[in-house]
Design a protein around this ligand. Structure first.
Ligand code: PLP
Length: 373
C-alpha cells in the first residue's frame, strides 16, 4: 500500500471534479468565446463555474479571473498591479516562490519572517509607506502550514500604505479555512485547483472591483481583458466542482484530518527520540505535520520512505546540484542542519487511517537505520 502524505504538493482528483470534467471533455467541448450553440454551451459551463468560485471565495462573479494555477495568479497579482500603478511591492520571506520571484522581478522588498512562519509585523510596518502599491502575504504557508492573521496585516497596510492593494496567496488555505471569511480584508486572492481535489493547471485570482490590474498575458482580451487565452473549460469546471465539494465537506474534513494528523505527530514523537515539531499545531492548518528528526538528513530519509511506499517531502531541495535548505525554514531562523532534517507530511481530503498506520510503522525504522548507519 502507498501512504500518500504529500497533499501540499498536490491532491488526488475528487470524483465530483472528474465527473464534471468528463462531461465537458466529451460533450461541451466548444470554445466559449464563439457565438454558436456549441460555443454557448461551453460558455455556460464557464459562467456557472465562475459563480461557484465567486460564492466559495466571497467574491462577485466579475471579480473572478480564471488562470492556469497558483503561479500565474500570484504573478498576475504582483506584476499586474505594479504595471498599472508603479510603486514598490512588498512580501514576506516565507512566501512561495511564485510570489517571491515576482516581487524580486519587480524590484520589490522581501521582509522578515517570524519564528512562527508568518510575516514579522514589525518588519512589515517598517517596510510600508505611501510608495508601496502591492503587499503580498500568504494565508497559509505551504511548508510549515502556518496561518497568518490577515486582519492584522490589513490594519497595518491601511495605516501605513493606504493606497496599497493587499494580495493573499490562499493556495494552501482554501482546503482548510473559510477563505471567503479569512481573506475578506484582501483585495486579491490566489487559489489553485490541484491543492483541493481539482485538476492541475487551473486557478483563480480574485481581483476585487476597482483593483487596477494590467494583464501579463496579452491576446484576445478574455476575462475582461485581464487574462487572455482560450479558457481551459474542463479544468475550470473541474475546479469549481472540487471547490464546491471542499466547502460543503470542509468542517468534517478538517475535524477528521486533524485527528489523523495529531495521531501521526504524537506517534512519531513517542516512537522517535529527538523529534521536534516545527511550529505548534494550534497555529497551523489541520493537514500539516512538519517535523524534524535531529541529525537525520531528510533527503536520505525520503528515499527510504519512498522504498517503503510513503510519499512525503523534505525541508530542502536540490537546486543546481546542491541540496539547499528551504528558504522558508531558514527565514524562520532554523539552522541549515535543522532545515535539512525537516520532513513535511501533509494530509488531505483523501487521507485515511491506513496512511497513518503505514507511516507510523515505517518512519521509526527508517530514522533508526539512518541514525545507526
Ligand atoms: N502558492 C503556494 C502557497 C503553493 O503551495 C503553490 C504550489 O505549491 C503555488 C503557489 C503554485 O501553485 P501552482 O502549482 O498551481 O502553480
Amino acid at each position: 500500500m502507498t501512504a500518500y502524505l504529500d497533499h501540499s504538493a498536490t491532491t488526488p482528483l475528487r470524483p465530483e471534479a472528474l465527473e464534471a470534467m468528463l462531461d465537458v471533455l466529451t460533450e461541451r467541448f466548444g470554445n466559449p468565446s464563439g457565438v454558436h450553440g456549441v460555443a454557448r454551451a461551453a460558455r455556460a459551463a464557464v459562467d456557472e463555474a465562475r459563480e461557484v468560485m465567486a460564492e466559495c471565495l466571497g467574491a462577485k462573479p466579475g471579480e473572478i479571473v480564471f488562470t492556469s494555477g497558483g503561479t500565474e495568479s500570484d504573478n498576475l497579482a504582483v506584476l499586474g498591479v505594479q504595471a498599472r500603478r508603479g510603486g514598490r511591492v512588498v512580501c514576506c520571506g516565507a512566501e512561495h516562490n511564485a510570489v517571491l520571484e515576482s516581487v524580486r522581478a519587480a524590484g520589490g522588498k522581501v521582509v522578515a519572517t517570524s519564528a512562527a512562519g508568518t510575516i514579522d509585523l514589525d518588519a512589515l510596518a517598517d517596510a510600508l509607506d505611501g510608495d508601496v502599491t502591492v503587499v503580498s502575504v500568504m494565508l497559509a504557508n505551504n511548508e510549515v502550514g502556518a496561518i497568518t492573521d490577515l486582519d492584522a496585516v490589513a490594519e497595518l497596510v491601511r495605516d501605513r500604505a493606504p493606497d496599497a492593494v493587499l494580495h493573499t496567496d490562499a493556495v494552501q488555505a482554501f482546503q482548510w479555512l473559510d477563505v471567503a471569511e479569512r481573506a475578506r480584508p484582501a483585495q486579491m486572492i490566489a487559489v489553485s485547483a490541484h491543492k483541493f481535489g481539482g485538476p492541475k493547471g487551473a486557478g483563480v485570482l480574485v481581483a476585487r472591483e476597482g483593483v487596477p490590474l494590467a494583464p501579463i498575458l496579452h491576446g484576445g482580451g478574455h476575462e475582461r481583458g485581464r487574462r487572455s487565452g482560450t479558457h481551459n473549460v474542463a479544468a475550470i469546471v473541474g475546479m469549481a466542482a472540487a471547490a464546491a465539494a471542499t466547502v460543503k465537506t470542509r468542517d468534517d474534513t478538517v475535524a477528521r484530518v486533524r485527528g489523523m494528523r495529531d495521531r501521526l505527530a504524537d506517534g512519531l514523537i513517542a516512537a522517535i527520540p529527538d523529534t521536534v515539531e516545527t511550529i505548534p499545531r494550534s497555529a497551523k492548518v489541520a493537514g500539516s505535520c512538519h517535523v524534524r528528526f535531529e541529525g537525520v538528513e531528510s533527503e536520505a530519509l525520503l528515499m527510504l520512505l519512498d522504498e517503503a511506499g510513503v510519499c512525503a517531502s523534505a525541508g530542502s531541495a536540490c537546486a543546481s546540484g546542491a541540496i539547499e535548505p528551504s528558504h522558508v525554514l531558514t527565514a524562520m531562523g532554523l539552522t541549515r542542519p535543522q532545515a535539512r532534517a525537516s520532513l513535511r507530511l501533509s494530509l488531505g481530503w483523501a487521507s485515511t487511517d491506513d496512511d497513518i498506520d503505514v507511516a507510523l510503522k515505517v518512519l521509526p525504522d527508517a530514522v533508526s537505520r539512518l541514525r545507526d548507519g
